[in-house]
Ligand binder design. Structure first.
Ligand code: BEZ
Length: 388
């Protein structure tokens, strides 16, 4: 081989060897978005997706230099379809990371599936305590809350206000049960007593018989967990039954988040606890709300914040591995270490992967859940059963 042919062969070998690298640098990161697009939680899913996309768009459409491709699945908030749906993303679509979902029952199935596959999972709403409890795993983090957190904060506030006898009412699945449990724990520690638990199956909205029972019990306060379309109907029915005037209605903030326009006068003045308040007057929250409203012609709510923060967590993880999503251990380790500069205020993740965050007391005024006070500072979920 003469010198020219040797040089040519070397050049070809070099080009071939570097081709996969170049291709890899160009490849998009596949984000599986498993959210409800139909049913009582549809608006919540849209807000989460919009929040996530907003953060990616603010970074020029890329995270750590990698373009993002979305693969979407409508999970319908249906736990019976959850395992099939998540396995489509993992096995058929080969997504790099999964973001989802809203409903605790669906999210529990997702957590079990990614514990097997090792796919990184960011939960942008569903509060099922077990996800950062017995099912906690290195590849699972939440950008939202555990069901226990807002329930517990409500119990603290209700006891502080001097209420003694409470009734709880909720959808009978993990989110409702665990929110009511958190409420009961704090309320009874503060000297109150839950005299009755009332529930109905998700997503049932036939509240009448239960409202009659509340009127008969005459409690000092009612704690409720409902969200989305169901929360709209519950708050209106509570008012129409004449209860708003006689028994203060308290709840985790999902009762009035993203729902105030549809609830109208029935929601005005309701006090709830949550890790976000629309009127938090910080440069970070004001800029976020402005940008969200300009982009989507809609006000941001807690679900939009959680979607936005899910993208921030993924962005931080990807930055740490310089965009190399194949380095799963380093990626998820970095995601867990991040301090998220959230519109809700800065927060970190616990060892179990759940936000340690301030819980706010809010009051519904016009179209906003206005900040009133910090109900509990830097509240960490107890992560019961997590071995990490
Ligand atoms: C849940 O199922 O975990 C949930 C759904 C809507 C709002 C809050 C929690």
């Amino acid at each position: 081989m003469n010198i020219t042919r040797i040089a040519l062969a070397a050049a070809i070998a070099l080009a071939t060897a570097s081709a996969p690298l170049a291709a890899q640098a160009q490849a998009k990161i596949k984000v599986g978005l498993m959210l409800p697009a139909t049913g009582t939680f549809a608006a919540l899913g849209t807000a989460i997706e919009n929040g996530f996309r907003l953060y990616v768009d603010e970074q020029g459409g890329k995270l750590a230099g990698r373009e993002i491709e979305f693969v979407r699945v409508d999970d319908e908030s249906d736990p019976s379809k959850a395992t099939d749906n998540v396995n489509k993303l993992i096995k058929r679509d080969n997504v790099d990371v999964i973001v989802g979902t809203v409903h605790s029952g669906v999210a529990l199935a997702m957590a079990r599936a990614v514990r097997e596959s090792g796919t990184p999972l960011i939960v942008p709403n569903a509060g099922a305590d077990a996800i950062t409890g017995p099912l906690c795993a290195a590849n699972i983090v939440r950008s939202s809350f555990s069901n226990w957190q807002p329930g517990f904060a409500s119990g603290v506030m209700a006891a502080q206000k001097g209420y003694k006898r409470a009734v709880t009412i909720y959808w009978n699945y993990a989110a409702g049960q665990e929110s009511a449990k958190g409420f009961t724990e704090a309320f009874e520690k503060g000297g109150g007593k839950v005299i009755k638990d009332l529930s109905l199956p998700f997503p049932n909205v036939e509240f009448q018989a239960l409202l009659t029972e509340i009127a008969a019990q005459k409690p000092d306060v009612v704690f409720a967990f409902f969200a989305g379309g169901g929360a709209v109907k519950f708050v209106k029915d509570y008012d129409a039954a004449g209860l708003k005037k006689s028994v203060p209605l308290f709840g985790s903030g999902f009762l009035t988040d993203g729902t105030l326009e549809a609830q109208g006068a029935s929601a005005q003045g309701l006090q709830t606890t949550l890790h976000y308040a629309d009127s938090l007057d910080t440069p970070r929250n004001n800029a976020f709300r402005k940008s969200f409203a300009l982009t989507y012609k809609q006000n941001a709510d807690v679900y939009a914040v959680q979607g936005y923060d899910a993208a921030q967590i993924l962005g931080a993880g990807l930055a740490a591995v310089k965009g190399d999503i194949t380095k799963r251990d380093a990626l998820t380790a970095a995601m867990r270490k991040v301090t998220v500069d959230s519109p809700r205020g800065k927060f970190t993740l616990s060892a179990a992967g759940n936000p340690v965050q301030d819980m706010y007391l809010r009051e519904a005024k016009g179209l906003n859940n206005e900040y009133r006070a910090v109900a509990v500072k830097a509240l960490a979920d107890p992560a019961r059963g997590c071995k990490l």
